[in-house]
Design a protein around this ligand. Structure first.
Ligand code: GLV
Ligand code: MN
Ligand code: MN
Length: 415
């Protein structure tokens, strides 16, 4: 038996192979949740797993599990992984890195003939991104018992697709994965991910030891006014929801982030109904992605959104409807798992710092049911949710080495 070691070249080749599934002309990936491309990525991972003799399972929300047994198979497995779905114009590393590095860790153990104490399972969670079907982190949320998937069955995707149909088609496309019921005891969860922000690169650090995740709230705001003729309706007769929406967004952009350095506010989607060039719209809707490390500040920002909407709508004779599409409170990870990762980083001489994640991750819901923590590696210029996302091969290797080291310890020490 040799000491298990990451095969960095194999991992790079895997990243490239998966980047070809849903590849975009600009060098990124469009592999949105439960799409044909997502199914192709699941198939490839399953084939790789079967070639190594690992068993493959999927649960009713299509979370995909690859299991390698341990010395004591009665112990709950240690989970390691991330997600395979992407943003519509996403990068090659967001999700794929953590999933494929976890698979590499499993292969490294297999190559070395080392049997872990607890069984280890690689997991690819369903619909982390949430851009095709909201909310995000569906698979981990359902796994942790924080949501009932039945409530999502009637969802329609951003492309008009039926969630129920796409989920059923995804499950059916992988008959070789043995069905498994939703949720199970796990001894812990470790997720490797790119930082998706600039701090590790700027500070010249090899890895981040993630201690928690800031909160996220997604609102869908719909402003209703009165449709009318673009050419014949004079100003006093207009109840134009676009004027109200512009006023709301202008006020929010001038207030939320400028007055609070920890707050984030993003409008990623905006639509008009009916969307005709020469008609005053009947309604305008837009998304708000609000983030903050403090739950009470998140609530205060939502209250500010509601007050501004009320005020601007009143001025224009419009009305506002505000629906919550996703609400993920901030969360903290388990000291025991943070410590395992930090100690392993020191052992590997990887420079590190503790940090809170600005992005949300499946790890947040896993932290509700098992000791959980994350590893971050730097990405170039902090760019992510962008086809230009890039991670240096040395960072890929460092992250995977740390994941393997922490996995071996966690599979031994955690009950
Ligand atoms: C995850 O994709 C996020 O938006 O934080
Ligand atoms: Mn991700
Ligand atoms: Mn993402």
């Amino acid at each position: 038996m040799t000491a298990p070691a990451i095969n960095a070249e194999r991992l790079q080749q895997r990243l490239e192979a998966f980047a070809r599934i849903g590849a975009t002309p600009a060098g990124g990936v469009n592999r949105q949740a439960l799409s044909a491309e997502d199914r192709a990525a699941r198939r490839l991972l399953t084939e790789l797993a079967q070639a190594r003799g690992f068993s493959v399972f999927q649960d009713p929300i299509a979370n995909l599990f690859i299991r390698r047994g341990g010395h004591d198979d009665s112990r709950p497995p240690l989970l390691i992984g991330s997600h395979l779905d992407s943003q519509p114009t996403g990068g090659r590393y967001d999700g794929a890195l953590g999933t494929l590095a976890a698979f590499e860790a499993l292969e490294a153990l297999q190559d070395a003939g080392l049997t872990s104490e607890a069984p280890i399972e690689v997991v690819a969670w369903t619909n982390e991104e949430g851009s095709r079907f909201a909310p995000g982190v569906m698979g981990s949320m359902a796994f942790a018992g924080a949501a009932d998937p039945a409530t999502w069955q009637s969802l329609t995707g951003s492309d008009g697709a039926s969630f129920a149909h796409e989920l059923a088609a995804t499950l059916a496309a992988l008959p070789e994965a043995a069905p498994r019921s939703l949720g199970m005891p796990v001894s812990g969860y470790i997720e490797l991910h790119i930082e998706q922000g600039p701090s590790l690169e700027k500070e010249g650090l090899a890895v981040g030891v993630v201690t928690g995740v800031q909160g996220t709230r997604w609102l869908k705001v719909t402003i209703s006014g009165e449709a009318g003729h673009a050419g014949t309706t004079p100003l006093p007769y207009r109840r134009d929801p676009m004027v109200a929406a512009v006023g709301i967004l202008h006020q929010l952009q001038a207030s939320v982030m400028p007055s609070d350095a920890d707050a984030r506010l993003t409008v990623g989607r905006i639509a008009t109904i009916p969307g005709s060039v020469n008609a005053i719209p009947k309604a305008v809707s837009f998304s708000l992605d609000i983030r903050h490390p403090s739950a009470s500040r998140l609530a205060a920002i939502e209250a500010e959104v509601r007050a501004i909407c009320r005020d601007q709508c009143e001025r224009q004779g419009c009305s506002a409807e505000i629906a919550t599409a996703f609400d993920m409170p901030p969360g903290t990870f388990a000291p025991a798992m943070i410590d395992i990762i930090e100690t392993a980083a020191d052992r590997l001489f990887l420079s590190s710092k503790k940090m809170v994640s600005g992005a949300f991750h499946d790890a947040l819901f896993l932290s509700k049911v098992a000791p959980t923590a994350m590893i971050f590696v730097p990405c170039r210029d902090g760019i992510s949710h962008n086809e230009a996302e890039y991670v240096e091969p040395a960072s890929v290797r460092d992250g995977a080495r740390l994941l393997l080291e922490a996995t071996i310890v966690a599979a031994k020490e955690l009950p």
